[in-house]
Design a protein around this ligand. Structure first.
Ligand code: PAF
Length: 281
């Protein structure tokens, strides 16, 4: 396994790989778990060469405290990557290597995709994601790049980003990996107590029932039911529940037979913010 901290070293290695046009990229912020492992395995199945980047990007955090508390576990991450394959290239730059003149935030027009849900509750989050992902894609020039559907809104925005920035890459979405009681895997789960981690299984349980309800009820009624389920919950606080069509991410007013819908949720378990989503049809 090769681990590079600088762009120059990485580019020197990639110079030998680019002609094959067979390079997969899995961008991460570290604190790797089974969800990341599934992305890396898929990237390896579909590409001869794979780069995993590990960089906790400050410009996508709208909350200083959240950034400070974000788990940093580089040596465990490297162990996990090595257990998947010894051929993986890791790019783990320090902050100055990426933002030499201090963090910059590029502003994008994502055509409204960033105005709902995460975008509404986390100001500039998606401009930060766009800034770092564009930078990584331009540097690493992968043939394919892999992102988890747990961040489905991010996935749609990154697809849009590649059009805006004219970056020739295939963006591949990968299914959510869940803990045994249903909680979507996330680096933030590490910060939950054992008890809260089990309790948080309620989020997926509720989404699964909401999916059944959506078969016969309107989006409004389904969201109302979800809100009621969380209203009296002792340990979980609902931030939002939204149902949108999967392409434009606009909230559904009236269901139409030829559209695909998804339900999105954000919930606080103590001070830890968890997000999840399910396909509804
Ligand atoms: O999904 C993440 O871990 C991050 O948003 C990403 C895509 C690595 C950009 O920092």
């Amino acid at each position: 396994m090769l681990v590079f901290e600088t762009k120059n070293e990485l580019e020197e290695r990639l110079n030998k790989i680019w002609p094959s046009n067979n390079l997969g990229l899995v961008p991460t912020m570290g604190a790797l778990h089974e969800g990341h492992a599934s992305l890396i395995k898929k990237a390896f199945l579909e590409n001869k060469h794979v780069v995993v980047s590990i960089f906790v990007n400050p410009t996508q955090f709208n909350n200083e405290e959240d950034l400070k508390k974000y788990p940093k576990t580089l040596s465990a991450d490297l162990e996990l990557i090595k257990s998947l394959s010894k051929d993986i290239i890791v790019f783990a730059p320090k902050i100055n290597e990426i933002y030499a003149d201090g963090p910059i935030l590029k502003k994008y027009d994502f055509d409204g995709l960033d105005k709902v849900m995460e975008g509404e509750f986390r100001e500039d989050h998606f401009n930060g994601v766009g800034t770092i992902v564009a930078l990584l894609l331009k540097l690493i020039k992968p043939t394919r790049a892999y992102f988890g559907e747990k961040d489905f809104q991010q996935l749609r925005i990154i697809q849009k980003l590649t059009v805006l920035e004219n970056i020739p890459v295939e963006i591949i979405g990968c299914p959510i990996v869940r803990e045994p009681h249903g909680l979507a895997m996330s680096s933030r789960n590490e910060r939950l107590s054992k008890d809260l981690r089990l309790t948080a299984g309620f989020i997926y349980e509720t989404l699964t029932t909401a999916k059944r309800k959506f078969g016969t009820k309107s989006a409004l009624e389904t969201k109302k039911w979800v809100r009621k389920m969380f209203k009296n919950h002792e340990k979980l606080n609902l931030e939002y529940i939204e149902i949108t069509d999967v392409t434009s991410l606009t909230p559904v007013k009236r269901k139409s037979n030829n559209k695909k819908y998804r339900a999105f949720i954000a919930v606080y378990a103590g001070d830890i913010r968890l997000i999840d989503n399910v396909a509804l049809n």
